[in-house]
Design a protein around this ligand. Structure first.
Ligand code: CP
Length: 372
């Protein structure tokens, strides 16, 4: 499928992952599918950095620093290229996926990540099958979860739901999307795809601003949790961006907190309402249109859309956390601009990396893995 020249020493020793065959694009497809070997490289993965996540809850991108994101993504690359099933990394662990709001990718990829590592799942795909339907509080549900599982992955329509379940929860909690709050593991999946596309973005900070990328964000980061988390994680890699443009029809698409974060990073920043004003200068386009306001969904910024005939740069990439509506035309799927399928596919490996770190199961890895 991919060039083999950059293979790390570990993947020369260990058998290749059989499960990734299904990730190969169909014959003759143009779709971008970057090679994890390029990100993995030859340097050992820094175990000390990953061990900072042991027993930790992940509620926000602010629970990560740059080094942790890079080492998690490199560890994910290792899990993507090697056959990991024989090592049962999550054997004996029970994860509760508590989704009080609909999901296609996040719940399924967390469950796939867990099952492929021999962990077990208690799956709650809908609030209506819990005591919430009868008025039970999230605080009480958290107390019960302590006895039933080893970690909770929760999605909820309400931004303050994390605080409410944490009143009584004593096992780690991973935020899988809280209202218009954050979606930190989506940002990990986004950056895993980005770092596979351009591994040099991971390199230690150096002054690159002027020769860097122009990032266009189509959407309203202040109200769209995936966009917000992506933007916050992008600020950890700020020197790679010469400019950020937010394209939104809303009057204040960032809100005060994000505006302060961007201004603090010192990146050149602009806002506009029409994608046509900037599209031909963008290197990375991150887009979304679904926002969560209270307990309802709203489509914002839907007048801006991208399609195959849009005047994109030849090497520009399009990212989208999905689900998409009309803003991203399916005629872009079979083009070199499409990084969004790689985001969704890679989510399994980056979530495996995170769960292995939180449960400190590195001792189950076989000899020959380059860890330091
Ligand atoms: N990216 C994302 O959060 O997708 P789902 O809503 O399908 O989980």
């Amino acid at each position: 499928m991919k060039k083999q020249s950059a293979r790390s020493s570990s993947s020369q020793i260990l058998p290749a992952n059989q499960n990734t065959r299904a990730l190969e694009p169909p014959e003759n497809a143009e779709t971008l599918r970057p090679d994890p070997h390029d990100l993995l490289g030859d340097a050992p993965i820094d175990l000390k950095v990953l061990k900072s996540l042991v027993d930790k809850s992940i509620l926000s991108v602010k629970d990560f620093d740059r080094k942790t994101v890079v080492e998690l993504c490199r560890f994910a690359a290792l899990l993507e290229v090697m056959e990991i099933a024989p090592y049962h990394l999550l054997d004996g662990k029970i994860l509760i996926t508590a989704f009080f709001e609909a999901s296609t990718r996040t719940r399924t990829s967390f469950e796939s990540a867990t099952l492929r590592l021999d962990g077990k799942i208690i799956s709650i795909p809908d609030a209506a099958i819990t005591g919430v339907k009868k008025g039970e509080s999230l605080g009480d549900i958290g107390e019960m979860f302590n006895a039933y599982g080893d970690l909770v992955i929760m999605r909820h329509t309400e931004t303050d739901a994390l605080d409410r379940i944490r009143q009584n929860l004593r096992i780690p909690l991973i935020n899988a999307g809280n209202g218009s709050g954050e979606h930190p593991t989506q940002a990990l999946a986004d950056w895993y795809a980005l770092l596979k596309w351009k591994p040099e973005l991971a390199a230690k900070k150096r002054k690159k601003r002027n020769g860097g990328l122009h990032l266009g964000i189509m959407g309203t980061p202040g109200n769209m949790r995936a966009v917000k988390s992506f933007l916050l994680m992008s600020l950890l890699f700020e020197e790679n961006f010469r400019r950020i443009t937010v394209v939104s029809e809303m009057a204040d698409p960032l809100g005060p907190e994000l505006r302060e974060e961007i201004e603090g990073a010192g990146i050149e920043f602009q806002e506009c309402s029409n994608i046509q004003e900037v599209i031909s200068d963008l290197d990375v386009v991150y887009m979304n249109s679904i926002a969560f306001l209270g307990d309802s969904y709203r489509t914002l910024d839907s007048q801006n859309k991208i399609e195959k005939k849009s005047p994109l740069k030849k090497n520009a990439i399009i990212m989208h956390p999905l689900a998409r509506l009309g803003e991203l035309d399916t005629d872009l799927d079979n083009t070199r601009h499409n990084l969004y399928f790689a985001q969704a596919h890679g989510a399994v490996f980056v979530r495996q990396a995170l769960l292995t770190a939180v449960f400190d199961r590195f001792d189950r890895l076989p000899e020959g893995i380059p860890l330091k």
